[in-house]
Design a protein around this ligand. Structure first.
Ligand SMILES: Nc1ncnc2c1ncn2[C@@H]1O[C@H](COP(=O)(O)OP(=O)(O)OP(=O)(O)O)[C@@H](O)[C@H]1O
Ligand SMILES: [Mg+2]
Length: 419
């Protein structure tokens, strides 16, 4: 799981930290830097999937460009940026900090890329030698991690280091022996980081694309265009379970009832699929419709539900402007859905929103997990502040709910006044 993202000289940020919890909400006025934060996650995900840095930033035949491409990746007028991602280890012994520093001058290149092991419990008797050899894993690829599964040549890493040390009895351990012993720890660290970053999904559902027939697939596209294909490709048992949960949550979403929602394989070879639902607008009167006629808001909600139900457990889901197309009266349902399925399936969710109704529906318990983006009034740089760290927060909250404060711009005002 991702625990924290640190941006250095990335887009509008000089330095910022974003803690990531099971549900994290990023707010801030227009152009405060919210999408810039999300794009840092896009970049990391692409690198972990084996894209080279240039394609990850500027796009290629299959990838869209990160806004502004190479030219706007680093904070103007800097020519380097560093992204750090703190990833939770698989046991409670250590976390891993993945660091990638990139330079963009005449060409774009990775200057440094490594994983640093961060021991969680100082008292834990991790042997000195283990600490020493596994502390910093230099990925040393200069072009970003490579193809999935073979991220780099292991010889590359070890050849740059001299691994001579002593074991617990003071005997000299030879390099080879040491490598053999601690190699699995390195592989574990790399796998943990790569699989966590690879599985980040930035969901930006585009209803018009969701209305088309889609190919069967086991991974949901970022624009949710293949939603029907993902549902239809599930095993019979899993499909029944997912569709029944989907139908339960979607039931109360539109004005009339949606009785049932499902995907079906279509065509002679059954390689494509379409989404269907049964609507009941008049009591006892059931109409079957397909995705081509479903409303934009309904499709977006279905996309969010499907992501929550089909993404791998423990993965990070990012939803930009989650309120897009959402009627204020449905904010409670959306929040309940996110919390219930998110915690059941251990999906960590990062949201950006402008919607006062949604902020209110999240309730006071969300306060420790709200991060505010704003532009520093002197430098113009973006900053991230935990809502809880705003000095006069109790006073602010006494004067209105989070939604009301956001509407008045009171939080951002307080941030610039506090300077
Ligand atoms: N390399 C860069 N250096 C300095 N500023 C940058 C850089 N790249 C982007 N910006 C600034 O970031 C701002 C856009 O930020 P972003 O799109 O993250 O805002 P947002 O909070 O998502 O806003 P909205 O709510 O409108 O979507 C622009 O004003 C742009 O000037
Ligand atoms: Mg934005």
């Amino acid at each position: 799981m991702l625990k924290k993202l640190i941006l250095e000289n990335w887009k509008s940020f000089r330095y910022a930290e974003l803690p990531l919890d099971p549900l994290t909400v990023l707010i801030g006025t227009n152009a405060s830097g919210k999408s810039n934060v999300v794009e840092a996650l896009v970049f990391l995900q692409r690198i972990a999937r084996g894209e080279n840095v240039e394609a990850a930033l500027a796009g290629d035949k299959t990838l869209t460009s990160i806004r502004g491409g190479l030219e706007w990746a680093a904070l103007k007028p800097e020519t380097q940026f560093t992204l750090n991602a703190l990833v939770q280890g698989e046991d409670d012994k250590a976390d891993y900090l993945y660091v990638i520093q990139t330079q963009i001058v005449s060409e774009v290149k990775v200057i440094e890329e490594y994983i640093e092991r961060q021991n969680l419990n100082e008292d834990h008797t991790i042997k000195y030698v283990e600490n020493f050899t596994v502390k910093k894993i230099d990925l040393n690829t200069k072009s970003g991690m490579k193809e999935a599964g073979t991220y780099f040549d292991f010889k590359d890493i070890v050849s740059n280091h001299i691994y001579l040390s002593t074991d617990e009895d003071g005997r000299l351990i030879f390099e080879k022996e040491l490598q053999k012993r601690y190699f699995p720890l390195k592989i574990k660290a790399i796998n943990c980081v790569v699989s966590t970053l690879k599985e980040i999904l930035i969901l930006n559902p585009i209803p018009s694309k969701m209305r088309e027939y889609s190919r069967l697939s086991d991974t949901l596209e970022s624009d949710a265009s293949n939603i029907a294909g993902v549902l239809a490709a599930l095993s019979e048992e899993h499909k029944t379970e997912v569709e029944s949960t989907l139908s339960n949550y979607i039931k109360d979403f539109p004005e009339g009832d949606i009785q049932k929602l499902w995907a079906e394989k279509v065509g002679r070879f059954g390689t494509d699929a379409m989404l269907y639902c049964q609507e009941e607008w008049k009591p006892g009167h059931i109409t079957e419709i397909d995705a081509k006629t479903m409303s934009d808001g309904t499709l977006r909600f279905i996309a969010i539900l499907t992501a929550l139900l089909t993404r791998p457990e423990g993965s990070q889901l990012v939803i930009e402007e989650i309120d897009n197309g959402l009627h204020p009266s449905r904010a409670e349902l959306l929040v309940r859905t996110l919390r219930e399925i998110g915690s059941k399936r251990k999906i960590d969710i990062l949201l950006t929103t402008h919607n006062p109704a949604l902020l209110d529906a999240l309730g006071p318990e969300i306060v420790p997990f709200v991060v505010v983006a704003h532009r520093d009034s002197e430098t113009g740089e973006s900053k991230l502040t935990l809502l809880e760290d705003i000095e006069n927060l109790p006073l602010l909250l006494a004067s209105g709910t989070l939604g009301r404060l956001a509407t008045k711009g009171a939080i951002e005002k307080s941030l610039s006044d506090n300077k």
